[in-house]
Design a protein around this ligand. Structure first.
Ligand SMILES: [Zn+2]
Length: 332
């Protein structure tokens, strides 16, 4: 089978030894479900973890990876799992599997989502698109520049396009835009129905129980605003409020922070400085790539992660000696 070649233990260890430690950090988002987003099938996750264990791969938490980076044995292949946001399906369907296989996962939570149930801006856009009964979607209807483009018939493409636009707006403009999406794409009632179906947040109680079973919990900020669009005091407040709530509810929170959205344009040097001043030892992004001792030493606040693929072969590829040998270490 191709996946067993990709995960060949001898080749994987050899390449790691020759190239130096290349750790794969995965981000999981939602479990498959009624949210209109790409989701992870619990069965795929289970099968993949079983294959990793069979291939002699070791699991490491994000905090241990940062702390132990200089002493990691190079003949051992490490994989790290993180999950972002804090929805109920993540906690009931994905986290239990990760804990069952002793993966030492870290869940980065949006604290306002868990604390008040208020959905972040991107989820409200997604729920509005999901609830919409329109057959075609025009950017111009929402006041997005580039309005003479052909209307979209694919909801996913349209959602991605308007989220990309919204993430670059200033906070108040973003809030107004989200409201416009809700009123023009769906009715408030339909949108609320989608929210109830697909965007149920988890609870502090559920998370506290999981922490006792080995889940690490960290900050994904308070309200998931792209930090680069905020002023310094707002960045500080997004991080401080989240940190305070997390410290109130959990015994040993993660010392790593997870930037909202997380592409290179969504965070900047100010975020690193503020996070560092608050006591964080590293930050994870949504930029694709392997984590090496060298990149961690250079900057532990711009750690790349791979979004967990939807099929077995690609999941194996991300952990494979074959991909690590590619000069750029970039996966298409
Ligand atoms: Zn997120």
């Amino acid at each position: 089978m191709y996946s067993s070649i990709l995960l060949n233990q001898f080749l994987n260890r050899l390449v790691n030894k020759v190239l130096g430690q290349h750790v794969t950090i995965f981000t999981l988002h939602r479990a498959v479900g009624e949210h209109g987003l790409t989701g992870t099938a619990p069965d795929l996750l289970r099968t993949f973890l079983e294959s990793l264990i069979k291939a002699g791969v070791a699991f490491i938490s994000i905090d241990d990876l940062i702390k132990r980076r200089s002493t990691l044995p190079t003949d051992q292949v490490f994989v790290c799992f993180t999950i972002d946001d804090g929805y109920a399906d993540q906690v009931t369907e994905l986290v239990p599997i990760l804990l069952e296989y002793h993966v030492q996962p870290t869940l980065f939570i949006i604290t306002s989502l868990v604390d008040t149930g208020i959905l972040p801006w991107d989820a409200r856009i997604a729920a509005a698109v999901k609830a919409s009964t329109l057959e075609t979607f025009a950017l111009s209807d929402l006041g997005v520049p580039g309005g003479n483009q052909k209307p979209y018939t694919d909801k996913r493409l349209f959602r991605r396009q308007i989220s990309e636009y919204a993430k670059k707006l200033q906070p108040q403009q973003r809030e107004d835009f989200v409201q416009r999406c809700v009123t023009r794409l769906s009715s408030d009632a339909d949108c609320q129905e989608q929210v109830n179906k697909g965007y149920k947040p988890t609870s502090w109680q559920a998370l506290q129980a999981l922490e006792k079973s080995g889940l690490n919990i960290g900050s994904h900020t308070h309200s998931h605003q792209p930090l680069s669009t905020l002023g310094e005091s707002q960045i500080e407040s997004e991080m401080t409020v989240a940190k305070g709530l997390i410290e109130k509810y959990f015994a040993s929170p993660s010392k790593t922070i997870c930037y909202p959205v997380g592409m290179a344009e969504d965070f900047d040097q100010r975020c690193q400085t503020i996070a560092q001043n608050l006591g964080y030892h590293g930050g994870v992004t949504a930029i694709s790539g392997y984590t090496t001792v060298k990149t961690l030493n250079e900057n532990p606040f711009t750690i790349p992660r791979f979004s967990f693929p939807t099929d077995m072969q690609n999941a194996c590829r991300y952990v494979s000696w074959l991909e690590k040998l590619r000069p750029s270490n970039k996966i298409d």
